[in-house]
Design a protein. Structure first.
Lengths: 604, 402
C-alpha cells in the first residue's frame, strides 16, 4: 500500500467524510522535492513550504518556539507536509488537543501522498469545509483556544485563515463576560485625545474597569515649551518632558497593575518604558489612530507594544512588522453615538450653523486648493475650523474668523448642513492618491444622520456601501456632485439614515473595543482570554477550588458569582472576618501571598 | 508521660529579618535551650542566611524561608488567581515540616513572620496576642513599639527583648559562635596568620544613610597603618560593598596598600565569620558583620550614628566599644581616638572626650547586655530590672493553624 492509501485509510477511521473528500480532491498544489536529508520537502510557486535541508529539524525548532498552557486547545494554521504538526504533537502532553485547519483539501492530499504519517496523526482533529463551518468545528473543540501559525504553509491561504480567525474572535467577543482592568494611556493633546475619551467610554460601557491616565492635564506646561525660540532647547526639553510623563505613567501603573495597558496614538510612553513593562509582564497595546505615512514615530515604538491596532491595512501592517511589531491588526475608526447623534435644532441655530454646503476642519493644503472651486455657485457654503491663515480666497465663507470649533458646534453644523463635505486631509494638491483609511469624521457624520459627500478611500468599501455614502474620486467632480445631491433631498435623507444605521450596527467605539479585546483575548488565551471568558469570576474560581481547598471555595462563594476576584480581593475578604475569625491553612497562604503582592512593582 | 510529651515537643524559632537580627538572636536561642534543654529547637530564617544559621549552637534543623519564591508566587497570582496553584505552595510548606511544630516563637513584628508561624505551628508566641489578624500586641511587643517611638531611656538590648518576647530571661553568659575550620579563598587564607594586629573593617551598611563615608575610612585606615607596630586591615562586606572597598583603596597611599586585604563580595557568610574570627578587632557601623564579629568573640568597635543606638543594638558581649554620635550625620569622626584605643589598648579606659561623640563599653549581667559610658555616669537610670519585672509575668500565646 502506498503512503496515500495508508494515510487516507487511517484518516477514514477518525473522519470518514474527510478521507472521502481527500480522495476526490486530486491534489497537485504542492511540488514535492527531496530535501538534503532525503526526506520529502515541498514548495509551491517557487517558495519552499519546508526546509530544503532538514524539514524535521526545522519543524522541531518551530514547535519549540510555540507557547502552550495546560487545558488549552491548539489550533494550527498551515498544512504543508505536516512536519510541524508532528513536531508539535511530540512536544505537547498527550492530552493536549490539536486541531489542524484544512483550508484546501488538495494540499492535504499532497501531504498524504508525500510520506507516511505516524501514530501522532490520531491525536489530530481536523477542521475543514467552509470558513464558518471550520470556525464552528474549532469552537466545538473546547476552550481556551491557542492559535498557532506555521507561516510558510499558512501563507497559501492567508485570506481564509484571516476570515476563520475573525469568526473565532466574533465568537469570543459574543461570549465575553469577564471584567478586565484596563488602563488607557492618552496623549497630552491632539486629535487622538477625543478618541481616547470615546475609547474609555466604550470600554466602560462593555463593563470593564477602566482607568484613564489623562495626560491632557499636562498640556499647558507642554505648550509652554513650544514657546522656546531655541529649537535645540525646545526639542531637548520636550523629549525630557515626554520621558518624565512616561515615568509618571509607570508609577501610576505600578500602584495598581492592570490586565492591559491600552495606549492611544501620541501616548507619552517611550520604548525603554515599554520594554520595562514587558519584563514586568504587563500586556500592552497601541491603537495607532494616525496615518502611518505622515507620523512616523511608530518606527521607534514598534517593538515596544505587544499589540498594534492600526487604521490602515497593507503596506502599513507590513511596515510595522518590519520595524519589530509582533502583532499588528486592522482596527478602523468609529463614532460614539452618545456624542454624535441627530439633533433637534432651533430656527436660530439652523440659521447660524446651517448652509447648503459646509466643511468643518483645518486648512490643509489640498483643501485650500479645492475649496475655491466651490465659490460663486448658487448654493451657500460655510467653512468652519482653524489654520486657514492666508487662504484669502476663502475669507468670505470662513466662519468665526477661523476659530477652532468644539465638538458641540461641529455636531450642530453637521445636523444643520444639507451637504457635509468630508475631504480627508493631505499635504499635496487634489485628493490623496494613496488615500486608504477612513477618517473619524466619516463615522461621526453618519452617526449624526447627516448627509456627507466624501472623497473615495480604498478601505471605504469594507466599511460603508455606496447606498450609504456619496463619494467623489476627483476634485473636478465635486461641484457637479454637490449640485446633483442638492437636488435629491429624499435620496440624501435615505442615504444618511442608512449610514447611521450602519454605524450603530457595526462602527461604534464599543464595537471597536470589543474587537480589540477579543483579538487580544484570542491571541493570549491564558491571560486576557481567560478573564474575558469569566474564568476569573468568583463562581468559576470556587468551582476549581471546591475539592482541594473547600474553605477557600466557601470564601469565594461569599462574592457575587460574576464578580472578578483576585488575590487582593480574596485577602481583603479573609481579613474582613476580623481578628476573632477562624483562619484555615489556605486562608493563611492567601494572606501570605497578599503580603508579598502588596510590595509595589519596581517600575520607576 | 508528661515528661515524654515535653521531650518530643518540637519548637521553632522564626527570624526572617536580616543578618544583624539573625546574629542578635543567638542569646534567645541560648536562653530557650537553657530553659528546656531536652526539647529540640529548630530555626526558620531567610534562605540566604541558612548556611550561617547552621553553625549556631543549640539549633536543630535550619529551615530555609524562600522569600524570592514567595515573591514569584505572588506575582503569578496577580491578575490570575488560580486556586490550583496553591498546591505548589502547600508542597513547599510540607517540605519545611510535615507535622506542625508544637510551638513557634516569632521574633519579627511583621505579618510574614507571624503568618509563617501560624502556618507551621499549633501554638505561637510572639508580638501578636491573638493571631495574625489581631492588632493587640503582647507586653514585650508594646514595649518595643514604645521604645521605637520614644527611644531615650531604654536600656534593654534588642537581643534581650527577643528573650522577653519568647518568655525567657537573657542568658547568664553571652553566647559565642564557635566555628569549624574552613578554607578561605585565595589570598584570604593569609588573614590572621602573620604577626601583629589584624583589623576587619566593615565598609558598608544595609542602608546608605548608615554607611561610613569613604573619606572617613581612608583616613582611618591610613592612620591605623601609620603606626609603628605591625598591623593589617581586611575590608569585609557583601557584593554591593565592592565599589566602596575599591574607592577606599584608591584613596590609600601605595606604601600601605600592601597591608590591606579586600574580602568584600568574596566570601560566604560562614567564611566571613571565619575571617572575622581570625581578626583581633572589627570596626564599623551598626551592621550584620559587626554583630557577627562580636558573636565569634572578636573585639568590636562600633561607630553608631543615623538611627543606630548603642543601647538597643550595640555589639552583644563583654568589652566591646561603641562611639555613639549625638547627631544623625556626624560632622567629625573620632579617628585618632579610636585608632589609639586599638593600637594602645591600655589607654582605652582613660579615653578623653571627643566632641559630638560619647564612648560606651559593653557589659553583661543578669538582665543581659548593658553599655556603660567611659569617664562618667549614664545619665539614665538603669530600669531593666523594673521593666523585666513588669513584663515577664505575662506569657501570652496564640493558637496556630487549625
Amino acid at each position: 500500500m502506498n503512503s496515500f492509501e495508508a494515510n487516507v485509510s487511517r484518516l477514514a477511521q477518525s473522519d470518514a467524510a474527510l478521507a472521502a473528500a481527500i480522495r476526490q480532491s486530486g491534489g497537485g498544489i504542492l511540488e514535492i522535492v527531496p530535501a538534503r536529508t532525503g526526506m520529502p520537502s515541498a514548495r509551491t510557486n517557487g517558495r519552499w513550504i519546508h526546509s530544503a535541508y532538514d524539514p524535521i529539524k526545522e519543524a522541531q525548532a518551530w514547535a519549540e518556539s510555540q507557547s502552550y498552557q495546560e487545558g488549552e486547545t491548539l489550533v494550527v494554521f498551515g498544512v504543508g507536509l505536516l512536519y510541524h504538526v508532528e513536531a508539535l504533537c511530540a512536544r505537547l502532553p498527550r492530552t493536549a488537543p490539536v486541531v489542524l485547519v484544512v483550508s484546501n483539501l488538495s494540499v492535504l492530499a499532497d501531504a498524504a501522498a508525500a510520506r507516511t504519517w505516524g501514530d501522532w496523526i490520531e491525536r489530530v482533529s481536523w477542521a475543514w469545509g467552509a470558513t464558518e463551518g471550520i470556525s464552528e468545528q474549532i469552537a466545538d473543540a473546547g476552550h481556551p483556544l491557542r492559535l498557532v501559525t506555521y507561516v510558510p504553509a499558512a501563507a497559501l491561504h492567508a485570506d481564509d485563515h484571516r476570515a476563520i480567525e475573525t469568526a473565532l474572535q466574533r465568537r469570543a467577543a459574543a461570549q465575553a463576560g469577564g471584567q478586565l482592568r484596563i488602563v488607557v494611556v492618552g496623549p497630552i493633546y491632539g486629535g487622538s485625545l477625543p478618541i481616547t475619551r470615546y475609547a474609555v467610554s466604550a470600554l466602560e460601557s462593555l463593563g470593564h474597569d477602566v482607568r484613564w491616565l489623562d495626560h491632557s492635564v499636562h498640556a499647558t506646561s507642554y505648550h509652554q515649551l513650544e514657546l522656546l525660540k531655541n529649537s535645540q532647547h525646545r526639542l531637548a526639553l520636550q523629549s525630557k518632558y515626554a520621558e518624565m510623563l512616561s515615568r509618571v505613567t509607570m508609577a501610576q501603573l505600578a500602584e495598581d497593575p492592570p490586565d492591559l495597558v491600552l495606549s492611544l496614538a501620541q501616548a507619552p510612553l517611550i520604548l525603554p518604558a515599554l520594554e520595562h513593562l514587558r519584563r514586568k509582564k504587563f500586556l500592552t497595546a497601541m491603537w495607532f489612530v494616525e496615518n502611518y505615512r505622515h507620523l512616523t514615530y511608530w518606527q521607534q515604538l514598534a517593538a515596544g507594544y505587544d499589540f498594534w491596532f492600526v487604521i490602515q491595512r497593507e503596506p502599513c501592517i507590513g511596515a510595522l512588522k518590519q520595524a519589530g511589531a509582533k502583532e499588528v491588526r486592522y482596527l478602523p475608526m468609529a463614532a460614539d453615538p452618545s456624542v454624535h447623534h441627530p439633533l433637534e435644532l432651533t430656527q436660530a441655530e439652523r440659521e447660524e450653523y446651517g448652509s447648503d454646503v459646509s466643511f468643518v476642519g483645518a486648512g490643509y493644503a489640498n483643501r485650500r486648493e479645492i475649496f475655491p472651486r466651490l465659490l460663486g455657485h448658487d448654493w451657500t457654503f460655510k467653512l468652519w475650523g482653524n489654520e486657514w491663515d492666508g487662504a484669502t480666497e476663502l475669507t468670505s465663507v470662513l466662519q468665526r474668523n477661523g476659530a477652532r470649533i468644539d465638538t458641540v458646534t461641529c455636531q450642530k453644523v453637521f445636523n444643520a448642513s444639507t451637504v457635509n463635505l468630508n475631504l480627508h486631509s493631505w499635504a499635496g494638491t487634489g485628493l490623496d492618491p494613496d488615500g486608504d483609511f477612513v477618517n473619524p469624521r466619516t463615522f461621526e457624520l453618519a452617526a449624526c444622520g447627516a448627509f456627507q459627500l466624501t472623497d473615495r478611500r480604498s478601505l471605504m468599501s469594507g466599511l460603508f456601501s455606496e447606498s450609504e455614502l456619496a463619494t467623489v474620486s476627483s476634485p473636478d467632480e465635486l461641484p457637479g456632485k454637490i449640485a446633483g445631491w442638492l437636488r435629491e433631498p429624499e435620496q440624501r435623507m435615505a442615504m444618511a439614515a442608512q449610514a447611521r444605521r450602519r454605524v450603530l450596527a457595526e462602527h461604534t467605539y464599543a464595537h471597536r473595543m470589543r474587537d480589540l479585546l477579543s483579538q487580544i483575548g484570542v491571541a493570549s488565551p491564558d491571560r486576557i482570554g481567560s478573564i474575558l471568558r469569566g474564568a476569573r469570576q468568583a463562581e468559576a474560581l470556587a468551582a476549581t477550588a471546591t475539592d482541594s481547598f473547600p474553605s477557600l471555595a466557601s470564601t469565594l462563594r461569599t462574592f457575587p458569582s460574576t464578580q472578578r476576584v483576585e488575590l487582593k480581593q480574596l485577602a481583603a475578604q479573609i481579613r474582613s472576618r476580623g481578628s476573632m475569625g477562624a483562619l484555615s491553612r489556605e486562608d493563611l497562604m492567601v494572606l501570605m501571598l497578599d503580603e508579598y503582592r502588596s510590595e509595589t512593582k519596581d517600575l520607576v | 508521660m508528661q515528661h515524654d510529651e515535653e521531650a518530643t515537643a518540637r519548637r521553632l524559632l522564626i527570624q526572617l529579618a536580616r543578618l544583624g537580627d539573625l546574629v542578635q538572636s543567638l542569646p534567645v536561642i541560648a536562653a530557650l535551650t537553657a530553659r528546656d534543654p531536652h526539647r529540640s529547637l529548630d530555626l526558620l530564617c531567610p534562605a540566604p542566611l541558612a548556611d550561617l544559621a547552621r553553625l549556631f549552637p543549640e539549633v536543630g534543623h535550619v529551615l530555609k524561608w524562600n522569600g524570592a519564591q514567595w515573591h514569584l508566587w505572588a506575582e503569578s497570582f496577580v491578575g490570575e488567581f488560580q486556586p490550583a496553584r496553591l498546591r505548589e505552595i502547600e508542597q513547599s510548606l510540607a517540605e519545611l515540616t510535615t507535622e506542625p511544630y508544637t510551638m513557634a516563637y516569632v521574633l519579627n513584628h511583621h505579618p510574614r513572620a507571624i503568618l509563617a508561624a501560624t502556618l507551621l505551628a499549633t501554638e505561637v508566641q510572639g508580638p501578636n496576642l491573638r493571631g495574625p489578624l489581631d492588632e493587640a500586641l503582647s507586653p514585650w511587643a508594646s514595649y518595643l513599639r514604645h521604645v521605637a517611638k520614644t527611644r531615650g531611656s531604654n536600656r534593654i538590648h534588642l537581643s534581650d527583648t527577643f528573650c522577653g518576647l519568647c518568655g525567657v530571661t537573657p542568658p547568664s553568659v553571652p553566647p559565642v559562635l564557635r566555628l569549624p575550620s574552613m578554607d578561605l579563598p585565595g589570598d584570604l587564607a593569609e588573614v590572621g596568620i602573620s604577626a601583629g594586629q589584624w583589623i576587619a573593617v566593615v565598609v558598608g551598611a544595609g542602608d546608605a544613610d548608615r554607611s561610613i563615608p569613604v573619606s572617613v575610612w581612608t583616613e582611618w585606615i591610613s592612620t591605623v597603618l601609620a603606626h609603628d607596630s605591625p598591623c593589617a586591615v581586611v575590608l569585609v562586606g557583601a557584593d554591593r560593598d565592592q565599589a566602596t572597598a575599591l574607592a577606599i583603596q584608591d584613596g590609600l597611599s601605595p606604601m600601605i596598600a600592601g597591608r590591606v586585604w579586600d574580602a568584600t563580595g568574596r566570601t560566604t557568610l560562614p567564611q566571613l565569620a571565619a575571617i572575622l574570627k581570625r581578626c583581633h578587632w572589627a570596626v564599623g557601623a551598626d551592621t550584620g558583620p559587626l554583630h557577627l564579629a562580636a558573636a565569634v568573640g572578636t573585639s568590636v568597635m562600633g561607630f553608631y550614628f543615623s538611627r543606630a543606638r548603642v543601647h538597643e543594638t550595640g555589639p552583644y558581649g563583654q568589652g566591646h566599644w561603641v562611639w555613639q554620635a549625638d547627631r544623625a550625620l556626624p560632622e567629625a569622626w573620632p579617628i585618632q581616638a579610636s585608632v589609639k584605643m586599638i593600637r594602645e589598648s591600655a589607654t582605652a579606659p582613660h579615653q578623653e572626650p571627643v566632641e559630638g561623640w560619647s564612648l560606651w563599653q559593653s557589659h553583661h549581667d543578669e538582665w543581659g547586655a548593658i553599655f556603660r559610658p567611659v569617664g562618667g555616669r549614664d545619665p539614665q537610670e538603669d530600669q531593666r530590672a523594673a521593666v523585666w519585672s513588669e513584663l515577664r509575668e505575662q506569657r501570652p500565646s496564640m493558637q496556630g493553624v487549625q
